[in-house]
Structure formats: C-alpha cells, structure tokens
Design a protein around this ligand. Structure first.
Ligand code: NDP
Length: 312
C-alpha cells in the first residue's frame, strides 16, 4: 500500500490553501477533490469579499486559480471520493470509491459543508425537476418564471436577489416573522420589487404533473388565523443552511451537536495526532472563503510541524 506524507480531503479554499503551504514546505501532497471539485464556491457567481480583487472575481475562476497554484507547486490531484477513514492505527488508512487504499502520515480534513433540505418527500420527488439548493447553478432555467426560496439567512437573501435578476417573481418563504440575514442583505431583499417575503410561512409540499407547478404553504401554523394555500411557482430553492461533511471521521474525531469538527483552541488540531481540520467542516460561525483559506494555511503549517517533529 502506498504511504502518503500528506493527503488533503476536499478541494475548496481550505484544501487548496493547505496544499499550497505543504508543497512550499517541501511535503509531497495529494488533494482528494471529492464530490464537488472546487467546493461550494463553484455554485456561486461573483465573489466580492475575497481580498485582492477590487472589482470582485468570478468564483469558478478564483477556485481554478487556487487549484493551479497548488498544482504549480507540485500538489497532485486525485479525482476520487473518500469512502472510509480508519484513524485507529498509525499511519491512518483511507479507502476510496475505486476500492484503492492508502496509508497517510498526515490528513487535512477540508470536506466543507453541504446544503440542507427540509426533509419533505416532495423534495426528492421533484429533485432536478424544479427543486434545487443552488440558485446560481439552476437559476438560468427560471428566466421570466416564478420561483420560491426557503430561508431567512444571508444565503436565502443572496439566492433570492440573484434569482430576481432572472425570474419574473421571487417569493421568499420565511418561517419566522423576521429575517436572520445581515442588515445589508435584508435591505437588498426588501427593496427589490421582484421579491415578496412571506413571513411566518412553512412549506407543506409541492405539486405538479410535469415538475414543480406549485407549493403548498401554511401561514401561522397552528395559530387561530392559520391559513393553508397553494402558490403557483416553477422553481423551489432551498437556502436553509448547511451540514458539515464530517460523517466519515466521527468515530474518531469530536464534533459539536451539529457535526462541526471541534478543533483545539485557535489551531486546526483535531486531537488525533497528524489529523487537522480546516474550512467550513470546522467552522459553524463564519463559513467564508477567506476564513476557510486562512484555516487551510494553519493546517498546512501544522502538517509541516508535525512531520518535522516525527522526523519523517
Ligand atoms: P443560516 O443558518 O444563517 O440561516 C438559515 C435560515 O434558514 C434561517 O432563516 C432559518 O430560519 C431557516 N431555516 C432553517 N431550517 C429551516 C426549516 N426546516 N424550515 C424553514 N426555514 C428553515 O444559514 P445561511 O446559509 O443563510 O448562512 C450561513 C452562514 O454563512 C451565516 O453565518 C451567514 O451570515 C454566512 N453567509 C454569508 C454570506 C456573505 O457574507 N456574503 C453569504 C451567505 C452566507 P430561522 O431563522 O427561523 O432559524
């Protein structure tokens, strides 16, 4: 079995940045790209809050540049998916979807987070037929149509604002009587004439013979003035948060109640020697590309320190 000095699981800003640091430290590094090469940013359009780009930068270009920087420095990219991690004995054994196994002296977990769904059977029924968790990926199909976005956070507001540039009408379905999003995003949504916010509203189901044709909603569920009604829509977008991709590591690594990996103090240390966590999988608070990149840098530096101390 091949033994790797360093393997990075995940190819978002955290993974690529960790690789840039480890390669520059002379450590041969493999990046396992995973299910979504480039990570969550590849599902968005322009990034305006990553420093160094005064007019913003196309999100896919930003990720492509990070990938090029990592490979230019010598990192190898594997288009594989990790299916099992055994951190019981050292070096750690990782198994991939093509049935290959490697032994790893150090691991950086940079697996990010995945969009959450409401859990309605109709979401599965209409998946790809009007249900989406990525407005920037699928918004194009709803030009001049009517769509609904579920959620009241920054993501929901961002998705609604983006969809409003394409669709004729956007409903924002919010379960509370207020938005949780930052003030600037709230203002943007409230001032957009194409967006109508449906506060205190929950989704009961979807209907349609040929894909989504409408959503069944309940206003003020279980209150005296409860009202159940159907709203015709063409597309239904989820924007209710994310789930960290930590499942494979949970038998060994501590997580919080939502599954975010707990790291030691301000370091990316997981408590398992030589195993570090970076990016959104360990960040329930900020979940920003720049912060993921910074934590990837810390993880890369810790890998270097660990291998030097082990004298590999
Ligand atoms: P949040 O957790 O902030 O918001 C999730 C939203 O979905 C809330 O309004 C929540 O409602 C609602 N929700 C959750 N579960 C359900 C459900 N079952 N049914 C109906 N509604 C539900 O997630 P976001 O993805 O919006 O944001 C995550 C983090 O990323 C935040 O810190 C945010 O600030 C940040 N972010 C920053 C951006 C930027 O700076 N450009 C862009 C996007 C995100 P409730 O309020 O009732 O709990």
């Amino acid at each position: 079995m091949e033994t790797l000095s360093c393997i990075i699981i995940g190819s978002g800003p955290a993974g690529y940045t960790a690789a840039i640091y480890t390669q520059r430290a002379g450590i041969e590094t493999v990046i396992c790209e995973g299910l979504q090469p480039g990570g969550q940013l590849t599902t968005t359009t322009t990034v305006e809050n990553f420093p160094g780009f005064p007019e913003g930068i196309d999100a896919n270009l930003l990720m492509e540049n990070m990938r090029k920087q990592a490979t230019h420095l010598g990192a190898k990219i594997w288009s594989k998916i990790l299916v099992k991690a055994d951190l019981e004995t050292y070096p750690y054994i990782l198994t991939f979807d093509d049935n290959t196994e490697v032994a790893a002296q150090t691991i950086v977990i940079a697996t990010g987070a995945t969009a959450k769904y409401l859990g309605l059977p109709d979401e599965k029924k209409y998946m790809g037929m009007g249900v989406s968790a990525c407005a920037t990926c699928d918004g194009f199909f709803y030009r001049k149509k009517t769509v609904a976005v579920v959620g009241g956070g920054d993501t929901a507001c961002e998705e609604a604002s983006y969809l409003a540039t394409l669709a004729a009408k956007v409903y924002l379905i919010v379960r509370k009587p207020f938005l949780r999003a930052s003030n600037i995003m709230q203002e943007r949504v409230k001032n957009n004439p194409k967006i109508e916010i449906l506060f205190e509203t929950n989704t009961l189901g979807l209907f349609g013979d040929n894909g989504v044709e409408g959503v069944k909603l309940v206003y003020r569920k279980e209150e005296n003035d409860e009202r159940i009604y159907n709203l015709p829509i063409d597309g239904f977008f989820l924007a209710i948060g994310h789930k960290p991709n930590s499942e494979l590591f949970k038998p060994w690594i501590k997580t919080d109640s939502n599954g975010y990996i707990l790291t030691e103090g301000k370091t990316p240390k997981t408590g398992i020697p030589g195993v570090f966590a970076a990016g959104d999988v360990a960040d329930p608070l900020y979940r920003q590309a720049i912060i993921a990149a910074a934590s990837g840098a810390s993880a890369g530096m810790e890998v270097e320190k660990y291998l030097a101390e082990k004298r590999f």
